[in-house]
Each structure stands twice: as C-alpha cells, then as structure tokens.
Write a protein that binds this ligand. Sequence first.
Ligand code: PLP
Length: 379
Amino acid sequence: MKLFDVYPLFDITPVKAEGCYVWDSEGKKYLDLYGGHAVISVGHSHPHYIGRITSQLNQIGFYSNSVQIPQQKELAEKLGKISGYNDYQLFLCNSGAEANENAIKLASFITQRKKIVSFKKGFHGRTSAAVAVTDNPKIVAPVNASPNAVILPFDDVQALEESLKTGEIAAVIIEGIQGIGGIHVPSEAFMTQIERLCKQHGALFIIDEIQSGYGRSGRFFAHQYTSVKPDIITVAKGMANGFPVGGVLIAPEIQPWHGMLGTTFGGNYLACAASLAVLEIMESEKLVDNAAKVGNYLIEKLKGFSQIKEVRGLGLMIGLEFEFPIKDLRNELLKKHGIFTGVSGTHIVRLLPPLSLSMEQADIFLSAFEKALATVAVT
Ligand SMILES: Cc1ncc(COP(=O)(O)O)c(C=O)c1O
C-alpha cells in the first residue's frame, strides 16, 4: 500500500529533536521556527514530558471514558488555574477540528439554532461543521457545504449585527489570532462588539485558540489581551506538544447531559499525562512570559527590515508579509541556514517556534534572515 498523497513534502527526514532544534537523517541540524505547525510548545523531547508519558505508559495506557480517570480532573483543574478559567468545564477530544466540531455542536444544542457566523480568512479545521465555517472553498466537499455557515467580512460590525438580528445564529466563532489566514489580530473593539452582540441576540461566543492559545501570543490565550470572556474556547496544537489532544473549555452556565458529547480516545491517560506535562513545564519555565519577551523582541527587530511590507502578530505568533513571493526566501533559510519557517499563502512567512525559544536563538534567526533576504534580493 502507498500513502494517499495529500501533502507537498520537503525532502527532509527528521530523526531527532531537542529543545528548539531538529536533526535530519543526514545529521543536519535545523533551528525550528515553525514548531511543527505551532504544535511544539515546551520544546522538543523535553525530559519532563518524556518522563511523564513514559511513567504513565508503564502504569496504564488506555481505558474507555466509562471509568474514573483522575488525570482528566487533574488536567481540568490545572488548565483552569493557569488559564484563568477556573470555573469553566473541560471536554477532552483529539484534535483541533474535533474541538471546534464539538464547540459548534454544543452551541447548537444549547440555543436550538442552526446557523454559525465565522469570518473571512478564518480556518477552523476539516471536519463537517468546522470546515463549513472555514473560508476556503477548496477544502469544503459538497457534503460539507452548508447554508448554516455564514462567513462574514472580518471587522465588519454592521454585517455581524444584521446577521445576529435574525435570531437564527447559534454562535459566532473567531480565531484568537487568525493563523492560516496570515496572522491577523482581531481588534479589541471588534471582539467587544462580538461579545456584546452575542449576548444581546442569544448566540454563544466561541473563540478558537487552537493556534493562538496555550501561551503562544505571550498571554495564555490571545483574547486575554482584550477584556472579552467567551462562552466557549477551543484548544489543541500546543496543548500536548505533539501528542494528539484537543479541548473545549465551556462556561459554567452551559449544562451538560449524559450522551451530549462523546469520544473513544479523548482524555485517555497518555493524552492527560502529555497535557499535564506541558502545563507543568510552562509553569516552571515561565514559558508564557518567555513567549512575550522573545516574541516582542523579534517583532521589534523584524519591523526594522525595510523589505518586509508588514509585520503582524503577538508573542511567538508572527506573520511577515512581503511584496514578493516568499518561496525562495524560505528555501534559502531552510537549505542554506538550516531554519524551518511556516508559510501562509504565497507572500507571508509565519514564525511559530517553541515557546522556549531563547534570545540567542532569536538572534541566530535574525542574522540568518538578514543574509537570506540579501541573497534573495540579489538573485
Ligand atoms: C485556528 C485553527 N483551528 C483549527 C485547526 C484544526 O486543527 P487540527 O488540524 O488539529 O484538526 C487549526 C489547524 O491548523 C487551526 O490553526
């Protein structure tokens, strides 16, 4: 059997990783400014992470969600404390799309409405409801296309109000910071209006923090730069540093009933051990503060490059938009300087490194970036 060929691949085979570095099968070392697509939060192969998963595996690896799993409660308590959402409830699942799928389903159950508002350039995953509210027709199969998905212009309060006034909207979903769409930070004013209008018209406010959450922005959640408090928050990516985990944080007034949501693998022992290890490391190494410090340093320095049209982002979630296609620049960084970066479309470089990136590593990137830009500009 061969693999179903859906990914364009780099000709690189990583075989080892540590901290912010990755090594390929030929022994070449790479600085990871991509974090495996914003997933590596506490750094690769952290000893505490490895130790916690290993010791859990040596005890019990899996049982179903029909028994007591104290690690789930421990995780919910710790996440509540660290994120500032102590009084919320946690539903555990296995991926970002699944977290959004459940969040949307929950909003629909609670409001008994069908329609969901989302925004242009937004990405929420590839499952049925999540992809329907994602602004990319290329990944929406006919079976997913839905008249219940209302995709509105970003930052357009009037369009939002008109839509909510119909009384048909179950929820409004927005990313804490748009990731795949090219790193767009919603303004405090827009977020506040969404919150106000949702309350006024009986819709739930969902913030998708799958990419922007878990400390990446320099706050635990990107929306914590504003005063809003959503009804539902979705998380995944950095939550377990690569172990497949997703979560839905749910406001206390939303009442569950048995059978409302469910999953076979969600919240399994290993997923909880990996997620707890991440929170423990984030706490002991103050990684949210580090993301703010190193991220703001990078953003300031990058703003000094005249070749960049716009630098956007917060903390270690950074987008660099260029007037020219960035394919050559990315290749130069990767091949010549051994630096992984991310991309958005054809003209935007995305930086999503582990939250443990040091100032020295930021400087290594900046110096390579300067050289790579000079080469690309000449050729
Ligand atoms: C904001 C956002 N939401 C949802 C998803 C989907 O997550 P997953 O790929 O784990 O299903 C992603 C993935 O890139 C994302 O960036």
